[in-house]
Design a protein around this ligand. Structure first.
Ligand code: ADP
Length: 339
């Protein structure tokens, strides 16, 4: 889609509509006014003629009819000129307004299309990497005439890891697609229950690293989608576990902040550098620390899904971090008091 030419076409379209309305009004105004003027002058002439017939001094005026016609033509010309100036003014104004209106209409569409393009490119790139690795490994091993059982097993193991990565990525992409569908159920939900449900899903991961959870939960209700909110906490718990050392603690504190439910999640993990903080909610963004060092698995999609879920619930998500000491994610969701 060429946005420049679409912008121009839309501007012309808006101007044409404005001009069609303006010209139609002008023609109508001209016709009504000139009829009215003709009738008015006709009445005046007839009255003057009556007076002159009765022998008044006005009889010295030579030709009422000619004067009337001249006056009518002059008035019509003046009206015509005024209407032309008025329409030129409308043309100028509607061009400027049409241009900025077209821009306002198209800008958000352009942004969405650009974001979609970026997303497709990034996703294809991420999908291609494991496939390339698998293909290269298979090719090398197939060429090896001395390939033994142990090598073949190693190859299969590596291929399995790559397919697991592909599975993780495609399920994250699917989650995104489902969120885009916007099938938001809008039921009343206990945040406490969703936090517990999410915890149950990551419990085994936490246990593997002997990570302890400390909770201060409250029975707060919000309106939203149960599955999405559980997914939100799973993402945050999963990250807190992934980026924390063994035997550390994760704290979850819930409180009321005016009309919002506030959920704070604090870990004692690797933390996030200040320079990364504003990017971690972007799709496919991963801080260098999570790519290198212990090579934590992931595609940089979790937090962008989390952000989208929070936005769909008209809430907010924020992060503060102390590199080397830990991170705190704070979510705010509008409270509801219904049953
Ligand atoms: P992923 O974890 O799959 O890389 P996310 O979108 O969930 O993707 O997170 C984006 C990045 O934010 C991560 O790569 C990591 O660098 C950073 N991050 C997220 N949560 C934490 C956390 N609790 N502690 C430290 N870093 C984090």
């Amino acid at each position: 889609m060429n946005f420049k030419s679409t912008h121009l076409r839309l501007t012309v379209f808006y101007v044409l509509i404005a001009m069609a309305v303006s010209i139609s009004f002008s023609v109508a105004i001209y016709n009504i006014s000139s009829d009215e003027l003709g009738r008015g002058l006709g009445r005046q002439t007839r009255q003057l003629r009556d007076i002159s017939i009765n022998g008044s001094a006005i009889s010295i005026i030579p030709d009422f009819e000619q004067i009337r016609l001249d006056q009518l033509e002059e008035s019509n010309n003046r009206l015509k000129n005024n209407l032309i100036y008025f329409n030129l003014l409308i043309l100028l104004m509607s061009s400027a307004a049409g241009y900025s209106l077209a821009k306002k209409t198209l800008d958000p569409i352009e942004e969405v299309i650009e974001a979609q393009k970026r997303f497709t490119t990034d996703a294809s790139h991420e999908l291609r990497t494991p496939l390339t690795v698998m293909r290269a490994e298979i090719e090398v091993n197939l060429r090896d005439e001395k390939l033994n059982f142990a090598d073949a097993k190693k190859l299969l193991k590596s291929n399995l890891e790559e397919t697991e990565k592909l599975e993780t990525l495609s399920s994250a992409l699917l989650k995104f697609a489902r969120l885009e569908e916007n099938s938001f159920s809008g039921e009343i939900i206990s945040i406490e229950e969703t936090v517990i449900d999410a915890y149950e899903k990551v419990e085994s991961l936490a246990k593997k690293k002997s990570i302890e959870f400390e909770n201060e939960l409250l029975n707060l209700k919000v309106r939203g989608d149960n599955k999405m909110l559980t997914e939100l906490f799973v993402i945050l718990f999963d990250n807190a576990i992934k980026y924390s050392p063994n035997k550390s603690k994760i704290n979850i504190v819930m409180k009321k902040d005016g009309k919002m439910a506030e959920i704070e999640m604090k870990d004692q993990g690797i933390g996030i550098k200040a320079s990364d903080l504003s990017y971690i909610f972007n799709r496919f963004y991963r801080a260098d620390s999570s790519r290198s060092k212990e090579k934590v698995d992931g595609y940089g999609l979790g937090l962008s899904i989390a952000k989208k879920i929070v936005e769909m619930h008209k809430g907010s998500i924020a992060v503060s971090s102390n590199p080397g000491k830990g991170s705190t994610f704070t979510i705010k969701l509008p409270l509801t008091y219904g049953k």
